[in-house]
Write a protein that binds this ligand. Structure first.
Ligand code: NAP
Length: 246
């Protein structure tokens, strides 16, 4: 197993891509710390992981709040004594054309998607530096690379995540810590299910592989970047998008 003895934090782990990543890491032997804003959904995910022989604990937290991130990280260090992996996956959309976008829609998306990454990275980095080991993977998006009408807030947050990752990657590279991004294209989850059929068709037409991606295809890239063997890969963005952006 790839991650026996490792401790992994995954945010936004109640459903979709985060749930799949958490399940994969548990299957590889990691003790997985599931973080999400709603505890009941999270408990159900943890229960399913434990039933299939994995190790999982839950922490309710709003990733947009530094005090929540600090509380979770302190509890994990108290309980397990280490944090090897951080996967900043929690994300939201509040779509609107710039003409109509409200300030709260901008702030909410930047707060969760970008500041959420900062909050959890800030909270874990000291223990990773002290332990001279760490893997941080931030979930970006193809939209942060190419833009998308109606998603100025989301595109800015995800482009920000990529810049943030490169800067931190440079800061901590000499301490055995890597910081990378996985940028999914259109993945079939609750987040994309709510799009109109027209928008879904427009996406499909732009995907050379001619299908939507699956959460486990994103999880596979995350697992690769979290592995010990990926030690010489840092500050990178791995695109998992069916060729939508090359
Ligand atoms: P999802 O199904 O909506 O899951 C996101 C999870 O994050 C949900 O459980 C959500 O909880 C949680 N969350 C939201 N706000 C939070 C907060 N403030 N604190 C803690 N947890 C919070 O989305 P997904 O499709 O799996 O997306 C996962 C990541 O991949 C996101 O960063 C997204 O931007 C990125 N991504 C997705 C796609 C795609 O096509 N699906 C493409 C590119 C990038 P609630 O449901 O309770 O709000």
């Amino acid at each position: 197993m790839l991650f026996e003895g490792r401790v992994s934090i995954v945010t936004g782990a109640s459903q979709g891509i985060g749930e799949t990543i958490a399940g994969e890491l548990a299957r590889e032997g990691a003790r997985v710390v599931l973080v999400d804003i709603q505890k009941d959904k999270l408990e159900a995910v943890a229960e399913r992981i434990r039933e299939s022989g994995g190790k999982a604990v839950c922490h309710e937290a709003d990733v947009a709040r530094l005090e929540d991130a600090t509380r979770v990280v302190e509890a994990v260090l108290r309980d397990f004594g280490r944090i090897d992996h951080l996967v900043n996956n929690a994300g939201i959309t509040r779509d609107n054309l710039l003409l109509r976008m409200k300030e709260e829609e901008w702030d909410a998306v930047i707060g969760v998607n970008l500041k959420g990454c900062w909050n959890f990275s800030k909270a874990v980095i000291k223990s990773m530096v002290t332990g001279r080991y760490g893997r941080i993977v931030n979930i970006a998006s193809v939209v942060g690379l190419v833009g998308n009408p109606g998603q100025a807030n989301y595109a800015a947050s995800k482009a920000g995540v990529m810049g943030f990752s490169r800067a931190v990657a440079r800061e901590v590279a000499s301490r055995g810590i890597t910081v990378n991004c996985v940028a999914p294209g259109y993945i079939a989850t609750a987040m994309t299910d709510k799009l109109s059929e027209e928008v879904k068709k427009a996406f499909m037409d732009s995907i050379p592989v001619k299908r939507f991606g699956l959460p486990n295809e994103v999880a596979f890239a995350v697992k690769f970047l979290l592995s010990e063997e990926a030690a010489y890969i840092t500050g990178q963005v791995i695109n998992v998008n069916g060729g939508m952006y090359m």
